[in-house]
Design a protein around this ligand. Structure first.
Ligand code: PMP
Length: 435
């Protein structure tokens, strides 16, 4: 199919007329992308860009095996889980087979990360009969009422923490690079923040239902919590009768390279895992993986049904993704290319003082830009300008974190070493311009 070439200013005006201003737009002048292939995006002029951001297209853009499987199923049947078709149980079995713990043996299928988080919070509340939820500052968990309530990532909203509903309790993100606690005792110190909250009369007290976090802090820029932190948190949450939810929407599904799940990488077993994005490679698909006793609690509130969740097409999409991750060794590629990339970025940091820190692992990395390595003053405007310049040079990379000063790197897991080098070489070039 031919993409229609549009006048950029006219197209932006057309969007502005019918879309809410809050709907995010990236770049001053977004490129007109016509097609994708592996980690490349190709615009209407035939120019290609290395896509360092799309963590949804985990097996790569326009994967033929995926397109064929989804197209074939779409032509055959798409309905809902009222009927019997093998792809539904097949997909649930395959997810359970990937489970980080035999106790996590039950799957609920939905259509997005927001829905998965919403359902996870609801499950925790029904199961415990309580309402309070502890979440980390700077986290993003979705746009629905409940998933938004536990999200405080909005960098331009100074009231993000204070404006949470009463049942949400926010503690500092365990960032040992720039947070309140740094150094060897950071894990224990951040865990002590939780202890204080749990003892605080304004905290959740006896009404604690759950703790939710990304196991590696994706939205903060791939920040890895200090070793042992999540274990200390889970212990306390459980001692107070709460459940532990790991939001693996960004960092799970093999992206970290060494482990399929971020929680496994952090050495913890959650009670509930949420997954989406990568799971459908762009086809809307999300899931909650939990223990049977927790899932069965839903029955107390009646049936659970999602019209498109678990449809034959979504299940076939989910199966094709898992097949490709396995057959093309994409988790292994994330590990190898991720190490190569992190190594090259570390070398770049030796020559460019603007790079304060390289966070992350596998193919979830964050290059944090600072104006001063002592004060850690965030280089926010520089980060935006660098992303615009990188676009001109053929690389898609964007800012993240509460301060918008981290280049987020979460490309398709098929990223080649050559594309990784292309990205680093362009970044090197851009940083030489002096900022
Ligand atoms: N959780 C995390 C960690 C996310 O990054 C996101 C999306 N950025 C969501 C949940 C929500 O997922 P979705 O956009 O599919 O609703």
């Amino acid at each position: 199919p031919q993409a229609s070439v549009v006048d950029p200013a006219g197209e932006l005006a057309r969007r502005a007329a019918v879309m809410a201003a809050a709907q995010e737009k990236y770049y001053e002048q977004p490129p007109q992308i016509e097609r994708g292939w592996r980690e490349l995006l190709i615009d209407t002029r035939g120019r290609s860009y290395v896509d360092m951001v799309n963590n949804v297209a985990v097996i790569g853009h326009s994967h033929p095996r995926f397109s064929r499987a989804v197209g074939d199923q779409l032509r055959l049947l798409n309905t809902n889980s009222r009927f019997l078709y093998s792809a539904l149980a097949d997909l649930c079995e395959r997810i359970v087979a990937k489970s980080p713990d035999p106790g996590l043996d039950t799957v609920l299928l939905v259509n997005s990360g927001s829905e998965a988080v919403d359902l996870a919070l609801r499950l925790a509340r029904i199961h415990t009969g309580r309402g309070g939820v502890v979440a980390l500052r700077e986290g993003y968990h979705g746009w629905t009422m409940a998933s938004d309530a536990v999200s405080t990532s909005a960098f331009d909203n100074p009231h993000a923490v204070a404006s949470r509903p009463d049942w949400v309790h926010i503690i500092d993100a365990p960032n040992s690079y720039r947070g309140r606690h740094r150094g060897a005792a950071a894990a224990a110190d951040y865990a002590a923040d939780l202890a204080h909250l749990l003892a605080d009369p304004d905290g959740p007290g006896g009404d604690l239902a759950a703790f939710i976090s990304e196991p590696v802090l994706g939205n903060a820029g791939g920040v890895v919590p200090p070793e042992g932190y999540l274990g200390l948190v889970y212990e306390q949450i459980r001692a107070h009768g709460g459940l532990c939810i790991a939001d693996e929407v960004q960092v799970g599904y093999g992206r970290l390279g060494s482990h399929f799940w971020g929680s496994a990488q952090q050495g913890v077993v959650p009670d509930i895992i949420t997954v989406a994005k990568a799971m459908g490679n762009g086809y809307p698909l999300g899931a909650v993986l939990t223990r049977r006793d927790i899932a069965e609690s839903l029955a107390r509130e009646g049936n659970f049904f999602s019209s498109a969740g678990g449809s034959p097409v979504s299940c076939v999409a989910g199966l094709a993704v898992l097949d490709v991750i396995r057959d093309e060794s994409l988790q292994e590629n994330a590990d190898a290319v991720g190490r190569h990339l992190a190594g090259r970025l570390a070398l770049l940091a030796e020559r460019h003082p603007l790079i304060g820190m390289v966070h992350g692992m596998g193919l979830y990395l964050g290059v944090e830009l600072v104006r001063d390595r002592d004060s850690l003053e965030p280089a926010t405007s520089e980060t935006t300008a660098i992303c615009e310049r990188m676009l001109e040079l053929g690389v898609i990379v964007q800012p993240t974190s509460e301060r918008q000063n981290v280049l987020k790197i979460k490309p398709p897991l098929c990223l080649s070493r050559e594309s990784a080098d292309f990205f680093v070489d362009r970044l090197d070039e851009v940083l030489q311009d002096g900022w």
